[in-house]
Design a protein around this ligand. Structure first.
Ligand SMILES: [Zn+2]
Length: 331
């Protein structure tokens, strides 16, 4: 009797918890392997970088190996050597420029009334890569009006304070990630709290309009963005998925939140007809090969970043299916 009563209370508590986070009533069907297979099928040849990163079991959940138990020599203090992160700025569309590092992307959207930066990379690289990159491309960094920080992790938010201090750039984050940054005492540089992004918000600057969506998962306030871009005058639509890795290896609840966001953004990609994918890590959107390819692109060649709406949606399907597999791996 006692066991039954406890069980009933537990069931009620579980149901209440499920309601709060909109977890679907039914556990996902299939197996870990069937969802990994679905992710691999969705990845095709174009999204294997994402598949390889997201569909592997988290190291913490697998048995330790010699490689993981042998500690690497500690990195010297201070920023990493410039040679490890410096890379060239690249014009990618008429109004979109890559101004990031080797591994971390920052994008500049140019408008008739100034520049919008998408992600600000690190405090040690913002001056060299974003400011220096814009100058090399013949653009004026003093006209950076806005910086959208997709989420409050240092590889995207670290450079924002420098932009605020140097150019009075207005910085945008979601409320949840402003709160997260405020509690963070580790980062050497954080932006001063400024504009709050809300779901569906449109940012208009000059002749350009960016639309932001709150897509929680990687962080609870991750912002994904839709940006119209132009290739030699032809209009396309770029989608930026704001946070990618599963940095919550023990939380089924967070996996479900991530899955729901990936599904929703896939629908947004369909509705907006987004046919271009840009990421904030160069490993995910093929930038490691696409950026160099821009330099040798001839008139009439296809644009390496224009992959089609189906491919952008498959990218989010990979994220979703790998997240379901990750959730199902949890005990
Ligand atoms: Zn992150």
């Amino acid at each position: 009797m006692r066991t039954t009563t406890t069980g009933t209370f537990a069931a009620i508590a579980l149901a209440a918890g499920l309601g709060l986070v909109h977890v679907e009533a039914q556990a996902p069907s299939g197996t870990v392997d069937s969802h990994v297979a679905a992710a691999l099928a969705a990845a095709g040849q174009d999204h294997l970088g994402l598949f390889n990163r997201l569909c592997q079991p988290e190291p913490a959940l697998t048995a330790p190996t010699a490689a993981t138990t042998t500690s690497a020599p500690p990195r010297p203090p201070g920023p990493p050597a410039k040679s490890t992160w410096e890379t060239a700025a690249v014009k990618v569309f008429d109004n979109l420029y890559f101004v990031g590092e080797k591994e971390y992307s920052a994008w500049a959207v140019t408008t008739s009334d100034g520049i919008i930066i998408l992600d600000t990379i690190f405090e040690y690289s913002v001056d060299s890569q974003i400011v220096g990159g814009l100058k090399k491309l013949g653009l004026d960094p003093t006209t950076i009006k806005y910086a959208l920080v997709s989420h409050g992790h240092r590889d995207h938010s670290g450079g924002a304070q420098f932009l605020q201090d140097s150019f009075k750039t207005r910085v945008l984050l979601s409320a949840a990630d402003w709160d997260m940054l405020e509690k963070n005492t580790r980062d050497p540089s954080k932006p001063k709290r400024d504009l709050v992004v809300t779901d569906g918000q449109v940012l208009t600057l000059g002749d350009q309009q960016l639309t932001f969506y709150i897509t929680p998962g990687h962080t609870m306030g991750t912002v994904s963005t839709i940006v119209p871009v132009f290739d030699r005058g032809t209009r396309h639509v770029a989608a930026a998925w704001g946070g990618t890795a599963f940095n919550f290896p023990h939380s089924k609840e967070r996996f479900q939140i991530y899955i729901d966001s990936a599904r929703r953004f896939r629908d947004i990609v369909a509705k907006t007809g987004a046919d271009v994918l840009i990421a904030n890590h160069t490993i995910f959107d093929g930038s490691k090969t696409k950026l160099p390819a821009m330099a040798t692109r001839q008139a009439g060649d296809p644009h390496p970043y224009v992959i089609g709406t189906d491919s952008v949606r498959r990218y989010l399907k990979v994220a979703e299916e790998c997240a379901i597999a990750g959730m199902m791996r949890l005990p």
